[in-house]
Design a protein around this ligand. Structure first.
Ligand SMILES: *Cc1c(COP(=O)(O)O)cnc(C)c1O
Length: 362
């Protein structure tokens, strides 16, 4: 008791059940017990990612894998699709890795559209593209399935996709999409503590990595593949996280993937309806709203409702809930409400009730 419940879009609230699993007594990471643990989670991860590829477990937050993807897959030049804080930063990360990188920048609030990528890839200048599926800073979800169709036209371009705040909340069919690398951290839609990432890669991605000499060690895709074949990880992983993941995946599959995706779609719609019912508009362009969080506009136009977001956040804290007050340069001009993870219609209704009380006090 006494902790602030997190309704920010990551990290989010972690259940007691998940923490219980996390604190399972430790085992050796080269033991049969570890292989059994990884063997137990592998098919469930494959079901969640709709893939027959091996799914890797990385002990780092998502940025580790995001940087690793650049180091492993970019030989010539990467096109960074930028539409918010996380996707914008990926360009900078690519440059810091010493790679040639170019921006495809759209306004915050807009999605990345396939024709924009097509136009840039048509130059022949790129051998990789990075895309954030669900841009958590703006609450915008780009049309991944339509974008992935471009892979057929540009088979030599590596399609690298961040699904940090969407994987397990939205259906993402890795094999069917035909993309090359998909990654997510576990502290967002999975509702686990921060510090573990899950990711998978196409055979083409492994082939590309094999041609790249300076891909490093800690995030070397070939090391992950070689070890995953034996149900191991290259170095000592956060074993507690993997126990937590096992428990969480069992819950996810018991709920049913389609039921889970439908729950998240419903909760996001309820939050959008709550916002509209209180005179707010949404930050994302219509039709591209995230299914796991809602980014609400605050006084975007003179005619629109404007509140003191910091004060609202303070009033919500007094009620035991932490909401977000906007990310980076849209701080205060927006606020974000997360409906990821274990949230239900009941918990969201209680959030709206407390928001109503707090708004009444502004
Ligand atoms: C949170 C987030 C990241 C960064 O994750 P870390 O866990 O902080 O490394 C990257 N991409 C998206 C879309 C995110 O929401």
């Amino acid at each position: 008791m006494g902790h602030l419940k997190l309704h920010i879009p990551g990290p989010i609230e972690v259940s007691d059940k998940t923490f219980e699993a996390f604190r399972t007594p430790m085992i050796g990471h080269r033991s049969q017990d570890f292989k059994d643990l990884y063997t137990a989670v592998m098919p469930n991860l494959q079901a969640l990612l709709y893939t027959e590829r091996l799914v890797y477990l990385g002990t780092s937050s998502a940025w580790g894998i995001m940087e690793g993807a650049i180091r492993n897959l970019v030989a010539k030049r990467v096109l960074s699709c930028m539409k918010g804080a996380f996707s914008d930063k990926w360009l900078d990360v690519a440059k810091r890795c010493g790679k040639q990188a170019e921006a495809l920048q759209v306004d915050w609030g807009s999605p990345i559209l396939p024709e924009q990528i097509d136009e840039r890839l048509a130059t022949g200048n790129f051998d990789a593209v990075t895309l954030v599926h669900n841009e958590t800073s703006t609450g915008v979800m780009s049309p991944l399935a339509e974008i992935a169709l471009l892979k057929a036209k540009y088979p030599d371009v590596m399609f690298i996709v961040d699904s940090v705040s969407s994987l397990s909340g939205v259906k993402i069919e890795f094999d069917k999409l035909g993309i090359d690398l998909l990654l997510a951290g576990t502290q967002k839609a999975f509702a686990m503590p921060p510090g573990l990432s899950v990711f998978t890669a196409s055979q083409a991605a492994l082939d590309r990595a094999a041609t790249i000499g300076d891909r490093g060690y800690y995030f070397d895709l070939l090391e992950f593949q070689k070890n995953a074949e034996k149900r191991m990880t290259p170095s000592t992983p956060s074993i507690g996280h993997i126990y937590a993941l096992k428990s969480k995946l069992e819950d996810i599959l018991a709920e049913g993937l389609d039921a889970r995706f439908a729950r998240h779609a419903k909760l996001a719609q309820m939050t959008r309806d709550w916002a509209a019912g209180h005179g707010f508009t949404l930050f994302p362009e219509a039709g591209y709203e995230s299914q796991t969080l809602t980014c609400v506009n605050n006084g975007a136009k003179p005619s629109e409702r404007e509140i003191d977001v910091a004060k609202l956040q303070g009033l919500m804290k007094e009620r035991g809930i932490l909401i977000d007050s906007g990310y980076g340069r849209i701080k205060g001009k927006t606020f974000r409400l997360s409906s990821m993870g274990d949230e239900t219609e009941e918990t969201m209704q209680s959030l709206y009730g407390l928001l109503d009380e707090s708004l009444g006090q502004l």
